[in-house]
Design a protein around this ligand. Structure first.
Ligand code: FE
Length: 202
């Protein structure tokens, strides 16, 4: 089901953090949420789940053509092979950058994001400005992020939804031929997997 893009973002709370705290307080007071369980969940997403997971997926795709084929055919299953699955990652799609096509991900409505592979979204990803400009003027946004597109390279913007989350596979950098999976993963930043950066230099 697509987003309802007609909902005006200006009506969203001006202070989401405050509202989250208020909600947490009420849920705990009513006994609906165990504070310890909540802390454990937050700790998991802050410390155990993060872009290092996605970077491992990308590195594996660079090294293993059969894995890459599975990843492009069914990203959810391929990513689960590495043990990364769960909430907000139930319907993953991997999109591959090529010399002809650069991919970039946004959630125009809110902040849909592939948690199991990238962790919690950065503030800029959730900003009104990025969400609006990524679709209207993606090349200008990419330039501001310092992404130098190749001559003739097209840009495709993927709008995340409650159902589908995207993982960008950046192009493998030149000079990285001899590197192992861990060394390759170190070249893959969070932004590279959102499409607002390229993979680092080897
Ligand atoms: Fe969203």
């Amino acid at each position: 089901m697509p987003h309802d893009h007609s909902e005006p973002h200006s009506l969203l709370p001006s202070d989401p953090e405050l509202r989250a705290r208020a909600l947490e307080t009420i849920l705990v007071q009513k006994g609906l949420v165990d504070p310890a369980a909540l802390s454990a969940l937050i700790d998991t997403y802050q410390n155990e789940i993060g872009p290092q997971n996605g970077a491992q997926v990308v590195a594996r795709s660079w090294l293993d053509p059969a894995f890459k084929a599975r990843l492009l055919a069914d990203a959810t299953s391929a990513i689960a092979e590495l043990g990364f699955e769960g909430r907000q990652g139930e319907h993953m799609v991997a999109v591959e950058n090529t010399p002809e096509m650069h991919n970039m991900v946004v959630c125009t409505l809110c902040s849909c994001y592939p948690w199991p592979v990238l962790g919690i979204p950065p503030a800029w990803y959730k900003s009104d400005e990025y969400r609006a400009r990524a679709v209207k003027e993606p090349r200008a946004v990419l330039a501001e992020f310092g992404v130098a597109l190749l001559a003739g390279q097209k840009v495709r913007v993927w709008d995340s939804s409650a159902e589908v989350r995207y993982l960008v596979l950046p192009m493998r950098p030149a000079g990285s031929e001899g590197l192992n999976e861990a060394a390759l993963a170190a070249l893959v930043s969070r932004n590279a997997m959102i499409g607002t950066a390229l993979a680092g230099t080897a």
